[in-house]
Ligand binder design. Structure first.
Ligand SMILES: Nc1ncnc2c1ncn2[C@@H]1O[C@H](COP(=O)(O)OP(=O)(O)OP(=O)(O)O)[C@@H](O)[C@H]1O
Ligand SMILES: CC(C)(CO)[C@@H](O)C(=O)[O-]
Ligand code: BAL
Length: 281
């Protein structure tokens, strides 16, 4: 695996990789890699000839008081995992390669960036869209892969890629979960043993609510019940539990076409997110 830390090295390495006429996939990450990330790399090998990953803990998507400094950065382990997974290139830019002196541009995707995590983390999706636009222009992949775990992020990136005419495919990859249903996340490392046990209430509440809604249960009542279950498990505050259209992310009060049930809640100092498909039968 080639490691690039400057744009000059990146461009040379990408040109060499693509010189055989093969396609290139990009898996953007913030590192602290787990099996969820590795599922994106595995899928990338299926959809492209060459695979690049990026690791960059992007400061502009963290709000004030969030965990930018505490975010785990196990660089050597991450490199070893990507190498073992057959990654051809790791783009691990120096911050000055992403945000050089005088950087003044923001990419804002209206609509899908609003509500849900957009309300709880003001400016977060501006930071995500801006850095992902930069990563696309830097690596110039033919396809980029993102996890459904960050469902609103995936919708924001799809909208941005379409609106800004990025000439690449966006592939969403299903959420990889622990045996008790908890979605793998780098932030799970912050959980104490007790919090980790309680955290399984999040996927459980979503799955029970999805079943109730599919069976014809009232959406408002069902969402309130899910919130109460999360609070009983020790989540506080529950930022949201909402049913949205699966494509547009517009709020849904009746299940008439494929929808997505999304939630975010804090347990101790850790904010967890999750979502599940809710499809009418
Ligand atoms: N459990 C998972 N299953 C599938 N994809 C995942 C999973 N967790 C993260 N991803 C995807 O990996 C990519 C990189 O995510 P990131 O590096 O932020 O990891 P993370 O575990 O989501 O970390 P965080 O705790 O910051 O949310 C994103 O596209 C994200 O959706
Ligand atoms: C897409 C991303 C790499 C942009 O920093 C990040 O938001 C993430 O890891 O999901
Ligand atoms: N996994 C999305 C990145 C973030 O929470 O900042």
């Amino acid at each position: 695996m080639q490691l690039a830390r400057t744009l000059e090295t990146l461009r040379k390495t990408v040109a060499t990789l693509k010189s055989d006429g093969g396609t290139l996939a990009l898996v953007p990450t913030m590192g602290a890699l787990h099996e969820g990330h590795m599922a994106l790399v595995a899928r990338a090998h299926e959809v492209a000839d060459h695979v690049a990953a990026s690791i960059f803990v992007n400061p502009t998507q963290f709000g004030e008081g969030e965990d930018l400094d505490a975010y785990p950065r196990p660089e050597a382990e991450d490199c070893a995992k990507l190498d073992a997974a057959g990654c051809d290139l790791l783009w691990m830019p120096l911050p000055s390669e992403v945000y050089p002196q005088g950087f003044s541009t923001t990419v804002r995707v209206e609509g899908v960036s609003g509500g849900l995590c957009g309300d709880a983390r003001p400016g977060h999706f501006d930071g995500v869209a801006t850095v992902v636009a930069k990563l696309f222009n830097q690596v110039m992949p033919d396809v980029a892969l993102f996890g459904e775990k960050d469902y609103q992020q995936l919708a924001v990136i799809r909208r941005m890629a379409c609106d800004l005419d990025f000439s690449l495919d966006i592939v969403g990859v299903p959420t990889v979960r622990e045996a008790d249903g908890l979605a793998l996340s780098s932030r799970n490392a912050y959980l104490s043993d007790d919090q980790r046990q309680r955290a399984a209430a999040l996927p459980k509440a979503l799955s029970e609510a999805a079943d109730t809604i599919i069976a014809g249960g009232d959406v408002g009542v069902t969402l309130d019940t899910a919130i109460a279950k999360l609070e009983a498990a020790g989540f506080t505050p529950v930022d949201y539990v909402e049913l949205r259209d699966a494509d547009s992310l517009v709020p849904v009060t009746r299940l008439e076409r494929p929808a997505r049930l999304l939630a975010a809640a804090r347990i101790g100092r850790t904010r967890l997110i999750d979502n599940i498909a809710v499809v009418p039968v």
